[in-house]
Design a protein around this ligand. Structure first.
Ligand SMILES: [Zn+2]
Length: 178
């Protein structure tokens, strides 16, 4: 256990007297993969509907890791239909994200063969994370404020039963946006 803590894989929090061990990176890895898949599916839906002018503001000020992962997946898709949306998105973004968007647009335009290594590596890590069978509280990151929040085993079972995906927002943000 100690070596895992040293490698920044686990966070230990003390809840009363019992140490509560949380697999932070595992939670975040699964969560970010799921968010970006949902975002990508939404874009696919837009393409199907022929949507031309989605308001891209919803992507601004999102967690950067999510945004960069989304861009990686868009690039990996090789789907040129995404380019108009990328152009719209670029207009409202900050410089650092704009630069990344431009790179993805260029890659899609040039139909560059995608180096799938990073993606494969990530999939492998997600697979490994999911293989840990024992139910664990997950420490998730709020998509709005970036704070960590706990997704307990009980909540996980409830969500699974209802067929819900992972919660995106912490309790605080859930309340203020509803
Ligand atoms: Zn929040």
């Amino acid at each position: 256990m100690d070596c895992m803590v040293n490698h920044d894989f686990l966070d230990i929090e003390y809840n009363g007297k019992l140490p509560m061990i949380i697999f932070t990176e595992r939670g975040w890895l699964i969560q970010s993969d799921q968010y970006t898949n949902e975002l990508l599916e939404e874009w696919m839906e837009w393409i199907k509907q022929g949507k031309r002018d989605p308001d891209m503001m919803y992507l601004k000020d999102r967690n950067r890791e999510i945004i960069f992962l989304l861009l990686e997946k868009i690039k990996g898709s090789g789907n040129q239909s995404f380019i108009p949306y990328l152009e719209l998105w670029k207009k409202i973004e900050y410089k650092k994200v704009q630069t990344e968007i431009t790179k993805v647009i260029t890659a899609l335009e040039q139909n560059n063969p995608v180096d799938g290594k990073a993606e494969q590596e990530r999939k492998k890590r997600i697979g490994e994370a999911l293989e840990i069978n024992e139910p664990q509280d997950l420490l998730l990151k709020c998509w709005i404020c970036g704070d960590r929040f706990i997704f307990t085993v009980g909540e996980q079972q409830f969500h699974k039963k209802k067929g819900l995906s992972l919660p995106k927002r912490c309790g605080k943000c859930r309340h203020s946006y509803e």
